[in-house]
Design a protein around this ligand. Structure first.
Ligand SMILES: Nc1ccn([C@@H]2O[C@H](COP(=O)(O)OP(=O)(O)OP(=O)(O)O)[C@@H](O)[C@H]2O)c(=O)n1
Length: 394
């Protein structure tokens, strides 16, 4: 048995030994049925949060008012939530009102899709009131109950449908698809952070192109953090997403394929971390390059240069290998990978020049780096010191 499930079964047994009911629910049941790796385990129980707190020595009250307590066992966290029903989502983040219920089925009926509304007892017996397992077999995404209701309750579920489509290679059932289109404008009310989490998962899926194409056809693009207006015709679908391995490459592909004009603004509006933004921008500038100098390659870095080149080759139907080996060869000819490898530091330079520190040190370093990278100055302490002595005098 999977170690996570084994430990989680112990948690369930402890709850049951006090006369309550407890089941595995949500993503872990879905992934178990799909034979996919289990990331984390959620448990639903008839016990109230205070009762869970009294059963286990280590708990964290993460959302008592919504019925959730984290149980720590064997250094792993298990989210245990009391069976509950909920009202509309307040500011579309959390349900504005929840009330505890006694039946598991009632709890399952509040959930988004049939395959997320399954539960499993500690003996792996499935409780599947909405035929989620059949839908998984048919690779079909279908809401629990009326799709309109489910999407207006929490419009993030619109993004979740596209995420599941991409990650599991699924299709969306017709009535659910119709409701996706109708409710798309509600996405405006969802926080960027929540949309980005789902979109990132979608980008890492196995069917990214198909999911993006359907998002576009369902009119979802205008309601993204940076509204997408234009798309390279047909290319979302035909583009070979599987050859792009990193998150950054995939963001760069989205930008190119959807003809974004303000790249930095786009990445900022999706609230991506600065490190990711910089890397995507580097990939995009490499993508646009036709001729590489050593200095270009040194500043961009080989990994991002190759990422940009791969994107270019995929879109222009060129062979990657030959151009990549030329870039690698050029990279090999560059004697340093970063400024740290220069045998003189700032203090050495101040000593040689006998001058007070100032912006000139930065300028000098920039020029020095360029000379070394372009192979005009050997990487020898003596020659570099001479060059520094001469700097500014010629
Ligand atoms: N907007 C949402 C978010 C979640 N859920 C329910 O809450 C469960 C847990 O959600 P989450 O922790 O976000 O996990 P999943 O998205 O299902 O899976 P993953 O762990 O892959 O993110 C889901 O399976 C689903 O039953 C829901 O009904 N509506």
């Amino acid at each position: 048995m999977n170690k996570l499930f084994e430990d989680a079964s112990y948690v369930i047994e402890q709850i049951e030994s006090k006369g309550f009911k407890a089941y595995f629910v949500g993503g872990c049941v879905r992934d178990y049925c799909l034979n996919r790796p289990i990331k984390d385990i959620d448990i639903a129980s008839s016990a109230k949060p205070e009762e869970i707190q009294s059963i286990f020595p280590k708990t964290i009250p993460v959302g008592i008012e919504h019925g959730t307590v984290i149980v720590r066992y064997n250094q792993v966290s298990y989210e245990v939530t009391t069976f509950r029903k909920e009202d509309k989502y307040e500011d579309f983040r959390r349900p504005s009102k929840v009330w505890f219920v006694t039946k598991l089925e009632e709890d399952l009926s509040r959930r988004d899709f049939t395959f997320n509304a399954m539960a499993m007892d500690k003996n792996f017996q499935l409780i599947d009131p909405f035929n989620g397992r059949d839908d998984l077999k048919k690779l079909q995404i279908r809401t629990v109950g009326k799709p309109d209701h489910r999407f207006s309750e929490d419009p993030l579920r619109i993004m979740r449908a596209f995420r599941f489509m991409s990650v599991y290679g699924m299709n969306i059932e017709e009535e659910t698809k119709f409701a996706l289109k109708k409710n798309a404008p509600l996405l405006k009310r969802i926080s960027t952070e929540r949309i980005t989490v789902e979109f990132k998962k979608l980008l890492e899926g196995e069917q990214t192109g198909k999911a993006l194409q359907l998002m576009r056809n369902c009119g979802v693009f205008p309601f993204m953090p940076y509204p997408i207006e234009e798309i390279c015709e047909g290319s979302l679908l035909s583009f070979d997403w599987s050859s792009l391995k990193s998150e950054e490459q995939r963001w760069a592909a989205v930008i190119v394929l959807t003809k974004v004009d303000d790249e930095r603004d786009f990445l900022k509006l999706w609230k991506l971390p600065n490190k990711v933004i910089q890397s995507v921008l580097n990939i995009l500038s490499s993508y646009k390059k036709t001729k590489w100098t050593k200095m270009d390659l040194y500043t961009t870095g080989l990994t991002e240069a190759l990422s940009g080149l791969r994107l270019k080759c995929l879109l222009e139907d060129e062979s990657f290998e030959e151009q990549a080996s030329k870039l690698k060869q050029l990279a090999n000819e560059i004697v340093i990978k970063s400024r740290d490898e220069i045998p003189l530091n700032g203090e050495d330079i101040l000593k040689i020049k006998q001058k007070a520190p100032g912006v000139w040190v930065g300028q000098l370093f920039q020029e020095l780096e360029k000379e070394i990278v372009e192979g005009k100055l050997p990487l020898s302490e003596r020659e570099i010191s001479d060059w520094v002595r001469r700097w500014g005098k010629e």
